[in-house]
Design a protein around this ligand. Structure first.
Ligand code: SF4
Ligand code: SF4
Length: 331
């Protein structure tokens, strides 16, 4: 649903809202986040003004000064919906998620980091000690007191970067990196109508992105070489995967209206895998292996999966760009 869609939905649902005269109490919080998810609410344009007028913001540190003690002082279940974005990467992230869970009727994993671990969870390729050594150099002590700051301590890193569902029960998910406007609109329209689906529920399509992508797919499609986006100017009409660009559309949920493939950029999988795909890397590798053919001394043959992998510059970042924390986390 676009901005207009949300606006019309909001104006068409006053009867539902009249049944629920009190405004839903909403909290927004980021854990290990780049901040993009907090800004993404503006994606719905002017409709955000209507949304904000119909909810009561009770905790949103990025908007108004609010401290952990303010949250801890709230009674259990006081917040109707807490939207949490970002990965769980520090002990403080985990503790805040647990406090929000206790204070909220519903928890929403907002964005790919909270949903699947996101880009920060690619760091799970290395252990926490290796990360400390590489980033801060030898001698760095995690969970140490901050000099000149009383008893303040640096929070320790968790053993791995994990999605929100690994530390608290998640009722709803609004996926994306950051969530796209149609899905943000879908979520707020449901919240404000008082007709939220039964949890757990993901606000994205069950069907793959290819189902809504306007690019043409041919029945006898095959891939003769794998290329990267900066190496080609793709045909504007034809499926990008057919042109050798690794597009995660076949295994990724739809609902965003395919803005990336439409603009000539392959889908990187930010809405997460379809229920049918499951592990996105394994599913995509399988899809790819059945499409790739090479020529060898004039004879055509299907490549083996390891040959496909060799042709990829960054298999981990390509197949698990947003989902390494959920599907391939280091233990
Ligand atoms: S999902 Fe994307 S936009 Fe949101 S916090 Fe993570 S990296 Fe940033
Ligand atoms: S470009 Fe990507 S999303 Fe579109 S049909 Fe091809 S594989 Fe699917």
């Amino acid at each position: 649903m676009c901005e207009k869609g949300l606006r019309s939905d909001l104006t068409q649902t006053p009867s539902h809202i009249a049944h629920n005269p009190s405004r839903p109490k909403v909290a927004v919080y980021w854990t290990g986040s780049c901040g993009g998810c907090d800004v993404s609410f503006l994606e719905v344009g002017e409709a955000i003004v209507e949304v904000l007028s119909r909810v009561e913001i009770v905790f949103w540190p990025a908007l108004a000064d609010a401290k952990r003690a303010d949250l801890e002082a709230l009674p259990p279940g006081y917040i109707d919906v807490a939207l949490i974005n970002g990965v769980i990467r520090t002990e403080e992230n985990r503790e805040m998620a647990e406090i929000l869970r206790a204070k909220s009727k519903h928890i929403v994993a907002y964005g790919a980091c909270a949903h699947l671990g996101g880009v920060p969870s690619l760091a799970n390729k290395w252990g926490k000690e290796e990360i400390f050594r590489a980033v801060f150099g030898p001698g760095f002590r995690p969970a140490a007191p901050i000099e000149g700051n009383g008893e303040a301590m640096l929070p320790d890193l968790t053993e791995a970067a994990v999605p929100l569902e690994h530390v608290v029960w998640v009722d709803y998910t609004v996926p994306g990196c950051p969530p796209p406007a149609p899905l943000i609109s879908r979520f707020f329209a449901a919240l404000l109508s008082g007709e939220m689906p039964e949890p757990p529920y993901i606000f994205a399509n069950v069907k793959a992105l290819c189902e809504e992508c306007p690019r043409v797919r041919h029945d006898d499609r095959r891939i003769e070489q794998i290329v990267r986006p900066h190496e080609v100017v793709p045909d504007p009409e034809v499926c990008l995967l057919e042109q050798g660009l690794i597009c995660m559309g076949p295994v990724t949920r739809g609902g965003c209206n395919a803005p990336c493939p439409v603009a000539g950029m392959p889908c990187t999988g930010c809405l997460g895998p379809t229920p049918e795909a499951g592990d996105p890397g394994a599913a995509m590798l399988s899809a790819l292996a059945s499409l790739v053919r090479f020529e060898d001394e004039g004879e055509e043959y299907f490549a083996r999966e390891d040959e496909v992998i060799e042709a990829l510059a960054d298999p981990l970042g390509t197949f698990y760009m947003y989902s390494f924390g959920k599907y391939r986390r280091k233990r």
